[in-house]
Each structure stands twice: as C-alpha cells, then as structure tokens.
Design a protein around this ligand. Structure first.
Ligand SMILES: Cc1cc2nc3c(=O)[nH]c(=O)nc-3n(C[C@H](O)[C@H](O)[C@H](O)COP(=O)(O)OP(=O)(O)OC[C@H]3O[C@@H](n4cnc5c(N)ncnc54)[C@H](O)[C@@H]3O)c2cc1C
Length: 528
C-alpha cells in the first residue's frame, strides 16, 4: 500500500547502515527520530465537506486526507505531525471526459475551486488547497489510464492522462514501444502531471523532455473542450500545446494525451567515469553534450555528492578498494563521478561510448556502479523515509543555467543553504549534480540533508528560510526557478523574475479565457 505520510510503497524500505549514519552524524550531527501522528488522528480534525452531494464525489475524511498534500518538505511536516490544514471538500475519480465535464459543472454550481490531481508527487505545493474559505473539489485522474490508440506508423500513442509511469510503460512495452520518460517519481507520477509541469526524465538526452513528447491531446476547461490535433510540425501560429505545457492545472484538465513513442531499444547500459576534480568533469560533460553523441544520459555528481553516494552505498569494503584504485589513478578527495547512459542499437552504443570516453577523459570504471545506479534509480527516493526515521530531512532544489553560470549557480545555492542553517545554529549537508545536460547549459540539482528539530513550527520556519535563501540564490545566478519540478505555490513568488510583469499578465489573461471564474487550481503558478 502507498504510504500516507511518506514516499512510496510501505513494503519497501531502503536501509542506512551504521557507517552511513556515522557519516551523516559527522557532517551535521546525530539526528533524533521525531514522533509521527497516526492516520486516524490526522483525519479526526477534518471538518465535514461543504460540497453538495454528487454521485462521483467521495467526501469521506480518509479519501480527502489522502489527497490533501504532495511530497514537498512542508507537506511532509504536515503529514508527519498530523496537521493537514485545509483539505479538499470532496474527491472525484472520473472515468471519462464526459464525467470530467460534469464535475467541472458541479464545481461551478457549488462555487468550488478545482484541483486536478495526478499522482500527488508534486514537490512545489501544486495540489494543496489554496483558500480554506472556498470549498474545493479534487479531481483524481488515475482511473483514466488506458492506452486508447497506438499509431505504429506515426509512432504516436494516446493515453488517458491519469496513467502512471509503470502502467504506461507496461502498456507500451506489450507492443514493443517505450515513451522513455523516467522522472525519479516515475512509480507514482502520471502522464497528465508530467505534461502540465513540464517534467524531465532521467534519459532526456535521448528521448527529450515531456514537451518534445507531447504531440496533442484534449483538455476539459470550464470554458469548453480544447482539442489539440497532432502534426509532425506546424507553422500555423502559436502552438496550442505550449499553453497546456506548464499550465499546472490552471486552465483545465488534460484528459487525454498523445505522445511520441520509440521502439524499445536493442541495448542499454550505464557506465561510470571518474574525474579528479569538478573543473575537468564539468568541461567533459559540456564537450560531450556539444559533440551531440547519441547517448541517453549524462549525470555528473560534484565531489561531495560523489563522496556521499559512496558513503551511503553500504558496501564499505568494495568502496574502500575502489577508492584506493581511484587514488592510484589520480582521483582523490575531490573526485567527481559521471554516469553515462548508452541506449539504442548495440553497435551504435559501442561506438558512441568509445567516442564519449575519448572526448571525456577521466577514469572509466566500467558498468558495475552504473548498473547499481540503474537498479536503485527509483528506490533511492525511499531513503527520504529512512533518513526521516533517523531524524534527518532531505530536500532538493533544481534550476537550469547556461554553461558560463553553471558552477557559480551550484556554489551559490549550496552556500545559501549553509548560511540559512547557520543562522539557526545548524549545519546542512549540501551536494549537487548536473542532472540534465544541454549544449547550451545544464540543470543544477542540489540536495540538502539536515537535522529535524522535531517541532512543527521550528521545522517549517527553517524550511521557509532555506527555500527563500536558495530561490534568491538561483534568481541571482541567472537560473530558472524550476528546470523540472514546476512552480506550484512554493516557487510562485520567484516567477516574475524570469517572466516579467507583462509575461505574467499574459499568463493570467490566458487562464481567464479558459476559466473566466478563476476556479482552476487557484494560487498556483501565477499569483493574483
Ligand atoms: C521523489 C520525487 C522525485 C521527483 N523526480 C522528478 C524528476 O526526476 N523529474 C521531474 O520532472 N519531476 C520530478 N518530481 C516532481 C513531480 O514528480 C513532477 O512534477 C510530476 O510531473 C508530477 O506529476 P503528478 O502526476 O504526480 O502530478 P501531481 O503532483 O498530482 O500534480 C502536479 C500538478 O499537475 C496538475 N495536474 C495533474 N494531472 C493533471 C491533469 N490530468 N490535467 C491538468 N492538470 C493536472 C495538478 O493540478 C498540479 O498542479 C519528483 C517528485 C518526487 C516526490
């Protein structure tokens, strides 16, 4: 069963052994396990729903509680402390576009706000109730999950937008195809969520971001149905897909999405290469991306992330041998690890890897660590549960910057986090990787591990300080406020820095066209 107050399936646990905990204690101090509230306790505070009854709407406190929050750190604090705050007044599980239209009409009659809900994996406050004074209807899309059509000639697949990652890939795989979109939240996030948050998967180097995959679809809006036909390309004015991509539920509900799929690759492997220091590693990935080799992934960890990955791996003896070998090859305390994905026809893969290793330099240490990464690619996120149980929070931020600003942005974000915690007399363990590499620049993805105070108000205040400090640092470094997690409520205050007032006004006008009464996911993306 899915955990109600953490990440993932409650039968899956990823352990941290004694050495890993000693490593964390050495960096930031020993954590203390906080006390969690129970589910019944959290539900007990929920007031009766205020929506008129409707056959498609479930108003039971348990269902409403399970749809109240996402996966951001403040969401976790609310869940763990049983302080859910405002929850939706009802949750509907439509099975057709017709039912979605009926639900939008019902929300209109009740004067309710509407929150479209995919997998609930938002880490930016996308699905939280905005105004407790207004009734809210949550529309959970996960029953609309079928493969509706597969056009093999055009390599287009149409799905119900509530399909989750594993379900989508299984349905395509049965026909020999893949979408190739693998965000770390793959297990639970949905196609609709990916499209409207402009998601990016781990192998975007080969398959592209979701905006390149989204070919067309259908959106039910309070103002009517928007159908977007598919074309291989079009010069017919503004591309309507661009209005849906990144719309974060503000203009309507994506019920169907047609995506560009690929044949299953013949071969796939992940290799690890180690560099003596960041400067050489950063130059190598820039040159690799600009050489435009047919690779599927380049993921570069900075020195502290490399050390952390090795320390938390839990195999001290093998890691010790590897480190000794790497030291002998000139990669010591500042070493940085690069994962290279090779996907496609076997012969091309071999040639691409050979050329990549020639361009990159560094020490190629083969496939063992790459395979370990592949195996753990969706399991590492379970460490968030384990760390919490030991009294540590794990939070992340991400941005994208042009190459001249990449290293500067990385340092700025890490030191802003350090300063934010120093003000509270605490240390933060901050490390970074470049998760998506482009010829123009890279996404800079930083992780923060710090001790929980164990008290709701203190931890929420610390998170607010951290979010403010790192978001200001991102903007000051010329980065976007989000490369992949979206804006939601948490990043909305920083959006004006990149869109400008005129840009924001245009977005507000767009949403008004489809949603004149402002019912769709208010308070997210663009502030009033
Ligand atoms: C552990 C973890 C790892 C993550 N890794 C990645 C990653 O690698 N790459 C990445 O891009 N993101 C990542 N994310 C962020 C998150 O998974 C993405 O933003 C994802 O696209 C959200 O999809 P969802 O289906 O869960 O949407 P939800 O969280 O349910 O909703 C997100 C937004 O989309 C809207 N929405 C959802 N479905 C629809 C629909 N059918 N029509 C209209 N609006 C809709 C909601 O109203 C909301 O505004 C991660 C999150 C977590 C918790």
């Amino acid at each position: 069963m899915k955990r109600w107050n953490g990440w993932g399936d409650d039968t899956v646990d990823v352990a941290l052994n004694g050495e890993a905990l000693a490593f964390l204690a050495g960096r930031i101090g020993r954590g203390r396990a906080p006390l969690d509230a129970g589910f019944e306790e959290a539900c007990a505070a929920i007031a009766p729903g205020r929506l008129a009854p409707h056959p498609l709407v479930d108003a039971t406190p348990a269902t409403r509680a399970l749809h109240a929050l996402g996966q951001s750190l403040p969401d976790w604090l609310r869940l763990r402390h049983g302080r859910l705050g405002a929850v939706p007044d009802g949750v509907a599980f439509p099975e057709s576009a017709e039912q979605v239209r009926a639900l939008l009409a019902h929300a209109g009659r009740c004067g309710a706000a509407v929150i479209p809900y995919g997998g609930g994996t938002s880490v930016a406050g996308h699905i939280n109730v905005h105004d407790a004074a207004q009734p809210t209807l949550c529309i959970d899309m996960r029953r609309m999950r079928s493969l509706i059509a597969l056009d093999r000639e055009a390599q287009l697949a149409t799905f119900g937008a509530g399909v989750t990652g594993p379900d989508l890939e299984a349905q395509l795989r049965a026909h020999g195809y893949t979408l190739g979109h693998f965000p770390q939240s793959f297990e639970y996030s949905t196609l609709g969520g990916w499209v409207v948050t402009r998601s990016s998967g781990q192998q975007s180097l080969r398959y592209g971001r979701i905006e390149g995959m989204f070919a067309g679809g259908r959106v039910e809006t309070p103002g009517g149905t928007l159908d977007i036909p598919t074309f291989p390309a079009s010069a017919a004015g503004i591309d309507l897909r661009e209005m849906v991509l990144g719309s974060e539920g503000r203009l309507g509900i994506l019920t169907e999405a047609t995506v560009r799929v690929s044949r299953l690759p013949e071969h796939e492997a992940f290799h690890a290469v180690v560099f003596p220091d960041w400067e050489r590693a950063e130059r190598a990935v820039r040159e690799l991306s600009q050489a435009r080799l047919p690779l599927s992934m380049l993921r570069l960890s900075n020195a502290l992330e490399t050390t952390t990955m090795l320390a938390l791996a839990g195999h001290a003896k093998q890691v010790g041998l590897l480190e000794r070998y790497l030291r002998w090859r000139g990669c010591g305390a500042h070493k940085c690890m690069l994962m290279i994905g090779v996907t496609g026809p076997k012969a091309h893969g071999k040639a691409a890897l050979r050329e990549a290793l020639r361009i990159a330099g560094g020490v190629h240490i083969g496939r063992a660590l790459g395979e370990r990464w592949r195996h753990g690619r969706f399991r590492n996120v379970y460490l968030r549960n384990t760390a919490w149980a030991h009294g540590y929070a794990i939070d992340t931020v991400e941005t994208a910057v042009d190459w001249p600003g990449v290293t500067r942005a990385m340092h700025a974000v890490e030191s802003a986090a350090g300063e934010a915690f120093a003000a509270h007399g605490e240390r933060v363990h901050a490390y970074t990787h470049l998760s998506h590499i482009y010829p123009q620049g890279a996404s800079v993805y930083s992780t923060f591990v710090y001790r929980l105070a164990g008290d709701f108000e203190t931890d929420l205040a610390r998170w607010r300080d951290l979010k403010r400090a790192v978001s200001n640092a991102i903007v000051a470094s010329g980065g976007t406020i989000s490369h992949q997690h979206g804006v939601g409520a948490d990043h909305a205050p920083w959006l004006a820095a990149e869109k400008g007032e005129l840009g924001l006004a245009a977005m507000r006008a767009l949403f008004r066209t489809f949603d004149p009464e402002g019912r769709m996911n208010p308070g997210k993306l663009v502030l009033p």
